[in-house]
Write a protein that binds this ligand. Structure first.
Ligand code: ATP
Ligand code: MG
Length: 325
């Protein structure tokens, strides 16, 4: 079996690099295009008007980072991402560094902008420089990923400082910058702390998967990924019962679901077979979670009672049933 490993691993890596467009992706694309075109229209008229932003909130594994990166990096108008050695940048996209203090984030941003500064400068000076850099480089949008870290690591005063800094970027009379914030649901606590910030951000709904609504998209994904790996799909995988199991196993998150499809295909290839079946998902789940069959949502009758996020759970026994949801 080991002789299959490099070939199977390459196919799985190639499958994982594919992008599957979802309705959320199309909505994000639309909302972003609207903001971009408004900003461009204002610029053509010489107006430096306040810019609205977008908020992408969903649990870990939903696909936030992937969606936003795809919208920004593969934009049809070829938006310029911040690149070392290049002056102009349409977009600055960064992961909020941890701990996400207002000063620390500002310093990291200046460094990314090629303008490193001594740490003893005040947060105010640092952010003034960030704004000057944004204006010089004509940055249209700032994307901050993992933005929940602003609320996780800061005390009340620092959270307010973060909020006013973010607002002031969008309202700068010299050069306003649009914000795109993505993160886990804790990010909502931060945004909802301030009605003015909340009003300036449009949420793009990244709702949990639902078998009845998303079943067609999920079976299309199963078919497309199996075809890309040149293997056959067992008909049972297109039945609602299996799709429901898969959706629950992925904790209702599209990104996790796609990862599972790719890894289950890897199991087929490792076994030297050519049919993607429930068996491949059973093995894939047990390899991902380290959980026994009694806690495997592709095996257990009452799979909805299982907590699929927990790793290495012991076999259920008296007093140790799967945690009800
Ligand atoms: N539309 C998609 N098509 C193909 N693969 C996807 C898609 N969306 C997400 N994925 C895959 O799902 C996985 C999780 O996605 P991603 O890292 O974007 O999630 P996230 O919501 O940012 O999670 P976290 O909050 O943990 O950072 C990645 O392996 C990614 O490649
Ligand atoms: Mg992410």
């Amino acid at each position: 079996m080991t002789t299959h490993i490099p070939a199977a691993a390459k196919i799985v890596a190639d499958l994982k690099a594919r992008f599957f467009p979802t309705p959320t992706y199309r909505q994000l694309q639309l909302e972003f295009d609207l903001l971009l075109e408004q900003r461009r229209a204002n610029l053509r008229q010489g107006r430096q008007q306040e810019v609205r932003g977008l908020l992408v909130v969903a649990p870990s594994g939903a696909g936030k980072t992937t969606l936003v990166a795809r919208v920004l990096r593969q934009h049809p108008s070829g938006l310029r991402m911040l690149t070392e050695g290049e002056e102009r940048a349409d977009i600055v996209s960064m992961v909020v560094p941890s701990p996400a203090t207002p000063k620390g984030v500002g310093l990291d941003m200046l460094e990314a902008l090629g303008y490193p500064l001594r740490r003893d400068r005040s947060a105010h000076i640092i952010w003034q420089l960030v704004k000057t850099q944004f204006a010089q480089r004509q940055v249209l949008f700032l994307h901050l990923d993992e933005a929940q870290d602003f609320s996780r690591h800061n005390n009340h005063n620092d959270r307010h400082a973060v909020i006013s800094t973010l607002k002031s970027l969008t309202q700068s009379p010299q050069w306003p910058v649009g914000l795109i914030l993505s993160g886990t649901p804790e990010l909502l606590d931060l945004v909802n702390m301030d009605a003015q910030l909340a009003r300036r951000l449009k949420p793009v709904e990244h709702r949990p998967l639902k078998t009845s609504v998303d079943g067609g998209m999920i079976t299309a994904a199963l078919r497309q990924y199996a075809a890309a790996a040149d293997i056959t799909l067992d008909d049972a995988l297109c039945k609602p019962r299996f799709v429901h199991r898969l959706v629950h196993a992925a904790d209702y998150c599209f990104g996790i679901l796609v990862e599972m499809i790719c890894e289950a295909i890897g199991e087929v290839l490792l076994a030297g077979e050519d049919i993607l079946s429930t068996k491949s998902f059973v093995t894939c789940f047990s390899r991902r979670s380290g959980c026994p069959e009694g806690l495997n949502p592709f095996v257990v009758e009452d799979f909805l009672a299982l907590d699929v996020r927990r790793l290495l759970q012991p076999e259920p026994g008296p007093g140790n049933q799967g945690r009800p949801r």
